[in-house]
Design a protein around this ligand. Structure first.
Ligand code: NAD
Ligand code: ZN
Length: 374
């Protein structure tokens, strides 16, 4: 439970309960900590004390409401982080990240996330899942692939979404900025889609090592301008596609005076007419921030260069539902093992400590899975 900036605590809360006929209650077996939780953890979003975090959840169905028809007690399920109705214009078009029903004031809903609806998070023993028939993805029974399946709630489909928005195709080259969990999943997805050359830019050695392990080329931006490093390796052309898995929290290279805007760096790294997939967040809704515009992620964007190069760009929350069934089946078939990046499996009681390490990007803390039954 969130207390104040840089502090979460483990406390007893009321058990989740059925509130509508189409709800289910899931006993959580795995809930991951996400880079997106850190926006709230660091106090940038005006999160109220008492909010239970956790939008990357899987578990066993404990109870279903009278209107739930396909999901039943005992089923093993994973929930997309998006809470979605399944029948609005956007859901019908597969854009469940922008459901128009669940959260009218904003685009889309999520569990345990400030401004994304009244849904409690799953870093807990139980979770209420609205529109349960739509929002539960069935998994094979048993305990196999638990950590791989847990990543279907968010980062694997989100990485895939980035590659989809950039239309990464067989034989292409791609540069991915950010070797956090999302960037690593974007690189992994690009490789699954047949990319010939994938560069991953970061400056954290442990994360760059993981990128190398999956067959990507690590680019350490602490060692020199990433644009030059990538152009050197692509015959001066730049890559076909580019992915931003950093967002507004980009850190600046030593000696650089400009604020780091990964989007502008990507524009230089990608060849003319290339495409960009942007999944890094650009909503630094800092309540004490300097201006109204900052709340909307206003930044200096080199539109002239973007236009000159005829680039295209896709942005936004991942529509997890559009990919999670296919990615589940790749895991089952042994063709995808996203859990290679999981570094820690911990009981809920260790969450406060885990948040601290993950927030500090401490060496080796790539992805934390909380296991309430541990
Ligand atoms: P993370 O903070 O763990 O990873 C970000 C990485 O970027 C870090 O390893 C950091 O060292 C690196 N970085 C910082 N500045 C950089 C720069 N200038 N160039 C290259 N790399 C740089 O976070 P994460 O969990 O991987 O998530 C990444 C982003 O994706 C966050 O903004 C998160 O909120 C967002 N996200 C979006 C969605 C979505 O649906 N669109 C879903 C999940 C997460
Ligand atoms: Zn997440």
């Amino acid at each position: 439970m969130y207390q104040e900036p840089f502090s979460v605590e483990v406390k007893d809360v009321e058990d989740a309960r059925i509130q509508a006929p189409n709800d289910a209650i899931v006993r959580v077996t795995t809930a991951a900590i996400c880079g997106s939780d850190l926006h709230m953890y660091e106090g940038r979003t005006g999160a109220e004390p008492g909010i239970v975090f956790g939008h990357e959840n899987m578990g066993i169905v404990e109870e279903v409401g009278s209107g739930v028809t396909t999901v039943k007690k005992g089923d093993r399920v994973v929930m997309p982080f998006n809470v979605a109705c399944g029948f609005c214009k956007n859901c019908l078009a597969g854009r469940t990240g922008f459901c128009l029903t669940v959260n009218k004031g904003f685009a889309g809903g999520a569990y345990g996330y400030v401004s994304m609806g009244p849904y409690m998070g799953g870093q807990a023993e139980y979770l209420r899942v609205p529109y349960a028939d739509f929002n539960c993805l069935q998994l094979p029974m048993g305990e196999e692939h638990e950590d791989d399946f847990a990543l279907l709630a968010d980062i694997f489909p989100t990485g895939y979404h980035a590659a989809e928005m950039a239309q990464v195709s067989p034989g292409e080259s791609v540069c991915v900025f950010g070797a956090g969990p999302v960037g690593l999943m974007a690189a992994y997805s690009s490789i699954l889609r047949g990319a010939a050359q994938v560069f991953v830019v970061d400056r954290q050695p442990d994360r760059l090592r993981l990128a190398e392990r999956i067959g990507a080329v690590p680019i350490d931006f602490g060692q020199g301008d990433p644009v030059e490093q990538i152009k050197d390796r692509t015959g001066g052309e730049g890559t076909d596609k580019g992915i931003d898995a950093v967002g507004y929290q980009a850190t600046v290279r030593e000696g650089d005076e400009q604020p780091a805007v990964v989007l502008n760096t990507l524009i230089e790294c990608v060849r003319p007419t290339g495409m960009l997939g942007v999944v890094g967040l650009y909503v630094p809704a800092d309540p004490g921030g300097p201006s109204e515009s900052a709340k909307h992620g206003e930044l200096l964007f080199k539109m002239g260069r973007f236009f000159e190069k005829g680039l295209r760009m896709g942005t936004g929350q991942a529509n997890v539902k559009a990919y999670n069934r296919q990615l589940r089946d790749m895991i089952v078939a042994g063709r995808a093992t996203p859990s290679f990046l999981v570094s820690h499996r911990l009981p809920l009681s260790e969450a406060p400590d885990a948040y601290q390490h993950f927030d500090q990007r401490d060496d080796g803390w790539t992805k934390v899975l909380l296991k309430p039954a541990m």
